[in-house]
Design a binder for this molecule. Sequence first.
Ligand SMILES: Cc1ncc(COP(=O)(O)O)c(C=O)c1O
Length: 500
Amino acid sequence: MIAGDSGIIHALPVRRAVTLIPYQANIAGGCTSDEIFMKNGSTSSAAGKVQGRNAAILINSMARASQETRSARKLKQSRQLQQRAEQLMPGGVSSPVRAFKAVECDAPFLVRGQGSRVWDADGNEYIDYVGSWGPLILGHADAGVIEAILSAAVNGTSFGASTPGEADLAQLVVEAFPGIEKVRFVNSGTEATMSAIRLARAFTKRKYIIKFEGCYHGHADSLLVKAGSGVVTLGIPGSAGVLDEISQFTLALPFNDASILEQAFSKYRHQIACVIIEPVVGNMGCVPSAGGYLAAVRAITKRENTLLIFDEVITGFRVAYGGAQELYGIRPDLTTLGKILGGGLPIGAYGGSAEVMNLVAPLGPMYQAGTLAGNPLAVAAGRATLERLRDNKAEIYAQLESLSAQLVEGVAAAAKDAGVRLSFNRVGSMFTWFFNSDPVANWSSAAKSDTAAFGRYFRAMLDAGIYLPPSQFEAAFLTTAHSKEDIETTLRAARASFAR
Ligand SMILES: Cc1ncc(COP(=O)(O)O)c(C=O)c1O
């Protein structure tokens, strides 16, 4: 799908011009309407630009008019906020999937969250299954987390120096994760995976890395190869600006296929520094490993002296308190964390055995640093979140499991009753309904999903007050704040949406 700067333009008369735009222009965040106009025969002079802008406004307002009929909700404020944001920020967003391009509707601007609910700028209320893309396992504005943030904030928001809370959080991480003896805090999941790969290369003195198709590990250059998440949502294979000289060292293999992994190791013997994997994929939708796949990946990497990195940015503290490595009983060499670790504030981390982590500066030669790393507010929110999860582990994960099962299976049953072809994957409180008659086990099967049907369902659910991830290829999440009533409301909405 090719989408314009604001609104969906593929149904508009300029389509031919859009398809003429070279591939590179499209992947740089969707072509702007100015570009469309200029490719369509205008000049690049100032006057041409003004004309181009007018055309852009026209195109945008046509696109909006076509979308307005799609929504039963009042969205005036959100639309105005979007228009303003688009003047100032690419696509009006700070991260691409927030633009709702794949689901062809206006994105609500959110102004408040409490528990399982969020409210938009027009006052519409939604039951939220995005949870800020995973971090908010305790729901929005949890009282304990907010209190921890406020108490930390009154003492200063950042020092660029060590604080006692960092080691408290590190202790929680080390105790939770079988594969972590030492941990380094960074600001995001992207920094965590990028640093873990640098560390793996430093440790093994090898160049190549292996990742899996449809897995997303953040937007570092070497990882934007056949990535999932927003990259597949926008239908692009990678990113402009990533040099071939860098991506040539990233081998992207199909997920859930140990024999292909073996073949890669025979071809690149003694050259592979690490294998990085989402042990339960969240970024082509939720896709668990099948059979003994993770155990096979562990055995092969061990035999080849290649470091195994579990990217647990989503799964850490989510599928079990100790992440997928606890759930499946497999110990990776390095683990990356983010999301829940910061309780809704920006943080990331990478950790592993003391032997490997001691290569990180200032102890060793692998350099990595951060002005705001280990920020006291993020550390406080993370501690409050993890302590709650740790102290109530048995009840919390049992409740998440049982409510998630009711929700996911209930929606699947509603689809079946309505004759809608749906398959689903779920591991604990992360899940995806695929508009796909077949089970989804890797990117090629996920890609066969009917994204148009997903879009129709998504819009109907949003109109009914249910906020789902705005892409077929993203996982949804439950929080401890979701109630049985929330699930029942959602199932009623699903039945009505499938019947539409
Ligand atoms: C598995 C995984 N790894 C890494 C990242 C990157 O994290 P961040 O967005 O915090 O940079 C994400 C983001 O969604 C992710 O899902």
